[in-house]
Design a protein around this ligand. Structure first.
Ligand code: SAM
Length: 342
């Protein structure tokens, strides 16, 4: 039972402010509206207002935690807290965590803490294998919340349906998508290799719809979601989803077609540089993503581009380069933007 002041509703807000100013409003309980009255929880009898003070059953307010560590203090020992992997991705309302083996018995508590800190998270999944295969997906185990892996994610005003168990998706490339979208000009033809559920094409087309985008993807689940996402964002006719292998589709349909080529494959994108040169018309801009050891990443990426350009008998000009994100203590992902000159 909480100590409360019983206030007529029409005097509610004015009284609440007085109680807060007096420093006796009790935020650990939720005020209760009942008929013509509202019951404000107080720490002691107020001096600033003259309404009846009563005892009433009120709901306790959940404590607001600002960090995972904060929410887990008391649940985990200091050593366990040290072993916690603090960074994790949130895709829509699904959090995807890495739980070290030593903390397996505490995974429920960790998942609950994630939901306490991030109130919009309704599913917590644990990474149960590394990413693998051509589709770049991993096994997941749901450790708290609803039993589903599909969610709706919003980025730069685009809505995207994603199934994190069936397709690759990373919210960490959000800045890159916007960076590239900001360069696109009216009338461009864009070849989006490795398109996934369509995040690069969608963000570009939302910002500049007067373009043609061919989005090639090998994973049928990703293409199905990309088709839904195109409809969801009313970009039919702007983005053309194509189920297939870049190696087969590009030489067959897109020779000398593209003003811009996107190559966001996390690993081994250089193996597809010959297809990028096949698609590139004169002046085409290519965005080439590459994983490499920190310190050598740009040199290695430029070397791979030069070698592929030589093989394709094309001239290139390097326009810009940036680190996209650190990947592991030894490796990072970089992007090189280069122009095909002839
Ligand atoms: C890292 S994901 C990128 C997905 C998307 N661009 C994104 O940012 O979320 C790479 C994608 O390339 C697809 N892929 C792999 N090899 C491919 C190929 N040879 N042709 C077409 N797509 C391929 C995979 O299925 C996967 O969805």
């Amino acid at each position: 039972m909480a100590l409360c002041v019983k206030v007529p509703k029409k005097k509610g807000e004015e009284t609440r402010q007085k109680l807060v100013a007096e420093g006796i409003f009790d935020p650990s309980f939720v005020p209760l509206k009942n008929g013509e009255f509202v019951f404000f929880p107080v720490k002691k009898k107020p001096a600033s207002v003259d309404f009846p003070v009563v005892r009433k059953e009120l709901m306790t307010r959940k404590k607001r935690f600002h960090s995972l560590e904060d929410a887990l203090r008391g649940e985990l020992t200091p050593d366990e807290l040290d072993g916690l992997v603090r960074s994790f991705d949130i895709v829509g309302d699904i959090a995807v965590l890495e739980v070290p083996d030593a903390l397996r018995k505490k995974e429920r508590a960790i998942a609950k803490a994630v939901m306490d800190v991030h109130r919009h998270v309704h599913v917590v999944a644990k990474k149960a294998s590394p990413m693998s295969g051509e589709f770049r997906v991993r096994k997941l185990k749901i450790i708290a919340g609803e039993k589903r892996t599909e969610t709706l994610y919003t980025e730069h005003g685009c809505k995207m349906k994603v199934d994190i168990a069936k397709v690759y998706f990373s919210p960490r490339l959000s800045f890159e998508r916007q960076r590239i979208a900001s360069q696109v000009k009216k009338g461009e033809r864009i070849l989006a290799m490795f398109a996934g559920v369509g995040p690069f094409p969608l963000v570009i087309a939302k910002r500049q719809p007067h373009v043609e985008i061919a989005a090639i993807e090998l994973n049928p689940d990703a293409v199905r979601l990309m088709e839904e996402n195109i409809r969801l964002n009313r970009l039919e006719g702007v983005i053309k989803p194509i189920l297939g292998d870049v190696r087969e589709v590009v030489p067959r349909q897109f020779r000398g077609w593209a003003d811009r080529v996107l190559m966001p494959l996390p690993k081994d994108a250089h193996e597809f540089l010959s297809e990028a040169f096949i698609a590139a018309r004169r002046g085409c801009m290519v965005h080439f993503y590459h994983f490499a050891p920190i310190g050598k990443s740009f040199t290695e990426a430029r070397k791979l581009v030069r070698a592929a350009a030589k093989k394709a008998r094309r001239k290139v000009e390097f326009i810009s380069e940036r680190v996209v994100r650190p990947y592991s203590p030894q490796t990072e992902q970089v992007v090189i933007d280069f122009k095909v000159l002839d």
